[in-house]
Each structure stands twice: as structure tokens, then as C-alpha cells.
Design a protein around this ligand. Structure first.
Ligand SMILES: [Cu+2]
Length: 220
């Protein structure tokens, strides 16, 4: 029987501890609501981005204070497990505590899809009962290097466009030839083709200017 006499107080203590813990979990005040003001559900953001917390019908108080109807924000990032009101909210990179009473934060998350959810905790980091938790939103963090690639590509494209425009212009312009734009050529010129470019430079000699052979009558 001494074993039972030792076990009973232990059991009583355990029950008492559980009861104290259950009492520590505060009931969620009526009409209270927690929500993510920004970013919007489904938004695509460029990191680091601002995340703004919203709270209705309750106040924000720093951790360690037990004012009635107050709590502090906790941001759950990419979490899948439910919040257990019987345990303090975990403290890790997926469960951020805003124990100073912050109502916004700047998040720097890796590119890709992420889920964000807010849960309000009391001064001892326990959630309320039932947990005062926001809708879970999904956001996409844009890849900055993708941006750089797009920028570089469009810069190349625009360079290419400029180059093409230049080259088109170049091709559209008549190529100056030795014989002028109309390409009279020597024979064309001989036939009277007026070459505006080369006329001035050409000798003005006419075929008729070729000296005629001396007349027979001139022979003594
Ligand atoms: Cu906390």
C-alpha cells in the first residue's frame, strides 16, 4: 500500500497542474477578431515586404502583461499544425512572436509561395480558447533574380530593336554609287542620263565636241 500512498499525491499534483494550465488559457473575448491587413490573400510581393496585423475588439499589450482583453500578435509562416491552447505558442522561424506589441513587421521570405496566419497570444504566449486566429492567406514572393533576368532580356531586346531600326534605316537609304543614285553608268551618262550626284563632277565634254577631221576642201 505504500506505493499507492506515494502515487496518489503525485496524481493529485498532476491534475492540479493541468487545471492551473487550463485556467491559464483565457477564453476568447466575444466579438474579437484578428486578421492580416496586408498583404492581401493571393498577392504577389517583392521581398522584403511589409506585413500589417489587424485586431478588432481587443487591445495589444506587450508580453509579460496580463491586462484583460489584451494579447500580442504571433505570425505563423508556412505552418500546418494546429495551435494547441494548452501549450505556449512555439518560438521558431515559423512562429514569430511580437512581444513588444508590434502591429506590423517587414518579412524577408525566400521566393515562392508562402502561407501567413496570425494568432493572438496572452501575456504568457498561450493562445486564447478557442484560439483567436486569422484566416490563413497565401502569398507569392517574386524572385528578384528573375526580375534582373527580365530586365537584362528587355534591355537586350530594346538594344536589338534599336539596332534593327538603325539597320532598316540604313538599308532603306539609297546606296551612293560611283555613278550616282540612279546608276546611270558611263553609257547611261553618254546617252544623256542626268546623274544629279555625279553630273557636276563629270567632264562636260559632248561627243559632238570630238574634233572633226579636217575638210577635204582645206587641202591645197
Ligand atoms: Cu508570444
Amino acid at each position: 500500500m505504500p506505493l499507492l500512498r506515494m502515487a496518489l499525491p503525485c496524481l493529485a499534483l498532476a491534475l492540479l497542474a493541468a487545471a492551473v494550465q487550463a485556467q491559464a488559457a483565457r477564453p476568447t473575448p466575444k466579438g474579437a477578431m484578428v486578421y492580416i491587413m496586408y498583404p492581401e490573400d493571393g498577392a504577389t510581393v517583392k521581398g522584403p515586404f511589409l506585413c500589417r496585423f489587424g485586431l478588432r475588439n481587443m487591445g495589444v499589450a506587450p508580453a509579460g502583461h496580463d491586462f484583460p482583453n489584451t494579447g500580442h500578435h504571433h505570425l505563423l509562416i508556412d505552418t500546418k499544425e494546429e495551435i494547441n491552447p494548452d501549450e505556449p505558442i512555439p518560438h521558431d522561424k515559423n512562429h514569430l512572436h511580437f512581444g513588444a506589441g508590434e502591429t506590423e513587421t517587414r518579412l524577408d521570405l525566400p521566393p515562392g509561395k508562402h502561407t501567413l496566419q496570425l494568432v493572438l497570444g496572452d501575456g504568457n504566449h498561450y493562445s486564447f480558447t478557442p484560439p483567436l486566429i486569422s484566416k490563413k492567406i497565401t502569398i507569392t514572393v517574386r524572385d528578384d533574380s528573375d526580375d534582373d533576368r527580365v530586365k537584362t532580356r528587355s534591355r537586350h531586346r530594346s538594344h536589338h530593336r534599336t539596332h534593327r531600326a538603325h539597320s532598316d534605316r540604313h538599308h532603306a537609304e539609297p546606296k551612293p554609287t560611283k555613278d550616282g543614285p540612279e546608276g546611270c553608268g558611263f553609257w547611261g551618262w553618254l546617252k544623256g542620263c542626268q546623274d544629279p550626284v555625279s553630273t557636276a563632277a563629270k567632264p562636260t565634254a559632248e561627243p559632238s565636241a570630238v574634233p572633226a577631221p579636217p575638210a577635204a576642201s582645206a587641202v591645197p
